[in-house]
Design a binder for this molecule. Structure first.
Ligand SMILES: O=P(O)(O)OC[C@H]1O[C@H](O)[C@H](O)[C@@H](O)[C@@H]1O
Length: 449
């Protein structure tokens, strides 16, 4: 049996068998582009083979760094944005639950891990510094380009805090830099200060980098088993190699979402029934949005958290504009269960649920929602993983990575670049007076008058 259970029975009302069969030829072509490197963006396919073919020596250094951080620090401040943030945060929440940082040290597998440099909010940065307080801490600065503004600013601030607390030399031993092998300002800083550093491979783009040191060091610092994470992804790489749509659920997912897109289902909501998967949706949105939203087309990736959002977005999903489809990421056996107790006076009328487990109730909610939304005209796909282990997370990550590669080629775009994200940066640099942007600044100021 397949490790991930992909349920596409709730799209049959919307997609005829022949439509999927017709996609096979296109999927086979997309598969060849992806595997043979004949498609656009071919230089950024390192993630395809990475789970089996990673640098073992560096992997051991990551584990050693995580151990050292756990010995000499109470908190690890992880600084990064986009692909240099979302994967680590998503994995940390997925693997450690909603209250990891609030647990006592004895109840945690690793140090507290907090994230900085993912916004320009002074309030957040101040609050984070207050949270760290006088405690021992280390910093993992992550940036592929080594020049992104948000993490660079946060790094300056926490670097100064480290130097004030420990002096320059010890501060240098508490900074771990994850960046490009050769280029960027951060690599230069590594060279002058001798930080321990890890490499983001040239052929792996930010949003595909969670299984590189980008994600692995923060994940390992929480005590999670990164070997199992890689093993899950590696076995998914083997499982999702076959271009046959009937054999390959990740490819079928890619084909179905393209069929739906072409019929006007232009927004995809990724959904969960477990709060510790909220950040998974954020990671997925970057993966899908930056990969597919270009050339004036692409599915808009959005998300909803259930059952919470059934009480807010539920109305729209049921009866609003019919341009939505849903992809539920479901956990078959969550780590915990809670039994609903009996209450003698039954004033709340809940005794019909006595003795039932909350996971059963959650499953019934899922079943009820799928049927209702389907009746309301919303196609629903479900991607079910057995549990919340490292292995399952690795598998799931790879499922969506390989799916988006195929999906992008099916839609005739380069899934591996992100030219559009530069536009606002240029303007921001000009408005901030960054050297080299004088001409654009003059133009923008003139437009303002
Ligand atoms: O890792 P960095 O170079 O700092 O980049 C962080 C992020 O910012 C950019 O704007 C890109 O759109 C993202 O793909 C990237 O993940």
């Amino acid at each position: 049996m397949a490790y991930i259970n992909f349920d596409d029975t709730k799209v049959t009302k919307f997609v005829h068998d022949n439509e999927l069969a017709e996609m096979q030829a296109l999927v086979t072509a997309a598969d060849q582009e992806l595997r043979n490197g004949t498609g656009a963006g071919a230089d950024f396919r390192g993630w395809l083979t990475l789970p089996a073919d990673y640098d073992r020596e560096e992997f051991a250094r990551i584990q050693a760094a995580a151990n050292k951080i756990n010995q000499d620090s109470e908190v690890l401040v992880v600084i990064g944005i986009g692909g240099s943030y979302l994967g680590a945060k998503m994995a940390m929440d997925f693997l450690n639950g909603s209250f990891y940082n609030s647990k006592s040290a004895a109840d945690r597998r690793g140090v507290q891990v907090v994230f900085a440099g993912n916004s320009l909010s002074a309030t957040y940065l101040q609050e984070l510094q207050d949270f760290v307080g006088d405690r021992d801490f280390s910093v993992n600065i992550i940036s592929k380009s080594g020049t992104t503004t948000e993490p660079s600013i946060a790094f300056r601030i926490f670097k100064e805090k480290l130097i004030q607390k420990y002096g320059k030399e010890e501060a240098n031993h508490r900074i771990y830099a994850t960046t490009d092998a050769k280029n960027g300002a951060l690599r230069q800083e590594v060279a002058s200060n001798g930080y321990e550093s890890f490499i983001i491979p040239d052929d792996v783009g930010g949003r595909f980098s969670v299984l590189t040191p980008v994600g692995l060091l923060p994940i390992a610092a929480t005590g999670a088993d990164i070997t199992e994470l890689m093993r899950g992804a590696s076995e998914a790489a083997t499982a999702y190699q076959n271009a046959d749509l009937q054999q390959n659920a990740a490819y079928r997912y890619a084909a179905l979402r393209n069929i739906l897109y072409r019929k006007g289902y232009v927004t995809e909501l990724v959904e969960n029934y477990e709060p510790n998967l909220r950040m998974f949706a954020e990671w997925w949105k970057q993966l899908m949005g930056e990969s597919e939203g270009k050339d004036q087309k692409g599915i808009y990736p959005s998300s909803a958290n259930f059952t919470t959002d059934l009480h807010s977005l539920g109305q729209y999903i049921q009866e609003g504009l019919r341009n939505l489809f849903e992809t539920v990421v479901k956990v078959k056996t969550p780590p915990y269960n809670v039994e609903i107790p009996m209450e003698a006076d039954n004033l709340d009328g809940l005794n019909y649920l006595k003795g039932q487990s909350l996971n059963e109730v959650n499953d019934k909610a899922y079943e009820g929602v799928v049927l209702a939304h389907n009746d309301g005209g919303v196609p629903v796909l479900t991607v079910e993983i057995p549990d919340e282990s490292e292995y399952s997370l690795g598998y799931l990550i790879y499922f969506f990575e390989v799916a988006v590669g195929i999906s992008g080629y099916l839609n005739g775009i380069n899934p591996f670049n992100q030219p559009g994200v530069e536009a606002y940066k240029q303007n921001m640099f000009a408005l901030l007076g960054k050297p080299g942007y004088e001409e654009l600044a003059a133009k923008l100021n003139q437009a303002d008058d």
